[in-house]
Structure formats: structure tokens, C-alpha cells
Design a protein around this ligand. Structure first.
Ligand SMILES: NC(=O)c1ccc[n+]([C@@H]2O[C@H](COP(=O)([O-])OP(=O)(O)OC[C@H]3O[C@@H](n4cnc5c(N)ncnc54)[C@H](O)[C@@H]3O)[C@@H](O)[C@H]2O)c1
Length: 135
């Protein structure tokens, strides 16, 4: 029997979100798949869909991160939205009943206080692994 596929969702599919999509496609032999994206901006959605279609990956598209989380489709979420949205999106991920692994683009948040709140809540819940490229 094959190994379990690790399902990724990407929140924010601008420049960096599409870069993650492409990089994860190159990791497909490691049992990785991007199954959905969330972005309110239609042209960003379309660019990501075109990219995923070019390598034959079907993607479910959501306009917001909450719908993506509620779908229960993902084991891991990549947060690659504008900086000022990171705090709220991270807190919504952390507080969601389904635990998710998270990779967030730098910066973690835009204030030290928000960074502390996120990391303290995560440590307290002991649920989510967060791997920011640079904090
Ligand atoms: N561009 C770079 O070279 C670079 C390098 C390293 C890190 N980063 C970081 O990556 C993150 C994204 O940067 P980018 O250059 O890809 O920006 P971008 O503007 O190209 O893309 C951001 C995308 O997020 C979407 N978005 C906005 N609000 C959203 C929300 N609430 N939910 C879901 N999607 C939302 C936008 O519609 C857009 O498609 C930023 O935190 C940035 O600091 C960027």
C-alpha cells in the first residue's frame, strides 16, 4: 500500500503562493499534494489554477481562509498573504478544531506582541508545528 499523501492548502496565491505551489509540485514524489487554495482576488486564483492545471493537479478554490480550514481538506497550510493579514489568519488556524501544520511566509506577524501571542498560544496548545522561513 502507498504512503499517505500529505495534503497542502495555500492561503494567498500571489507571487510567493505560486512559488510554493510550484515547489510542492517538485516534491510530489515525497507524497505531497496541493489540494486547495484560498484567495479573494480572482486573477490570483486564475493564475494559480492555470499553473496547477499545467501539471495536472486539480485544485479546490476558496475565496477565504476560513472556508479552506472548514473544508477539512488539508494537513498543512501555507500562509503567503500580505504581512498585515498573518496574525488573524494564524490565530484562526490555531483556534480551528482541526489541527494543521503551518508554514508561514516571513514576517511571522507585523508586531512583536502579535508574534508573542501566536507563539505562546501555539506552545500552550502544543498542536501545531510552525516553520517560518525567517521570523
Ligand atoms: N515577494 C517576495 O519576494 C517575498 C519573499 C519572501 C517573503 N515574502 C512574503 O510572502 C508574503 C506574500 O508576498 P507576495 O509577494 O506573494 O504578495 P502578493 O501580493 O504577490 O500576493 C499576496 C496574495 O494574497 C492574497 N490575499 C490578500 N489577503 C488575503 C486573505 N485575507 N486571504 C487569502 N489571500 C489573501 C492577495 O489577493 C494576493 O493574491 C508576504 O508576507 C511577504 O512578506 C515575499
Amino acid at each position: 500500500m502507498g504512503e499517505k499523501i500529505v495534503n497542502y492548502g495555500i492561503i494567498g496565491v500571489g507571487l510567493m503562493g505560486r512559488e510554493h505551489l510550484l515547489n510542492l509540485y517538485h516534491l510530489r514524489i515525497q507524497n505531497v499534494a496541493v489540494v486547495c487554495i484560498a484567495d479573494p482576488h480572482l486573477p490570483s486564483q486564475q493564475h494559480a489554477l492555470d499553473l496547477a492545471t499545467s501539471f495536472n493537479w486539480p485544485l479546490k478554490v476558496f475565496s477565504g481562509h476560513q472556508e479552506l480550514l472548514d473544508s477539512g481538506m488539508c494537513d498543512v497550510v501555507v500562509v503567503s498573504t500580505p504581512n498585515m493579514t498573518h496574525y488573524q489568519i494564524l490565530m484562526d488556524i490555531i483556534n480551528h478544531p482541526k489541527p494543521h501544520h503551518v508554514l508561514v511566509e516571513k514576517p511571522l506577524c507585523t508586531t512583536v506582541m502579535d508574534c508573542r501571542k501566536v507563539s505562546t498560544t501555539m506552545r500552550w496548545l502544543d498542536l501545531i508545528k510552525l516553520c517560518s522561513r525567517f521570523i
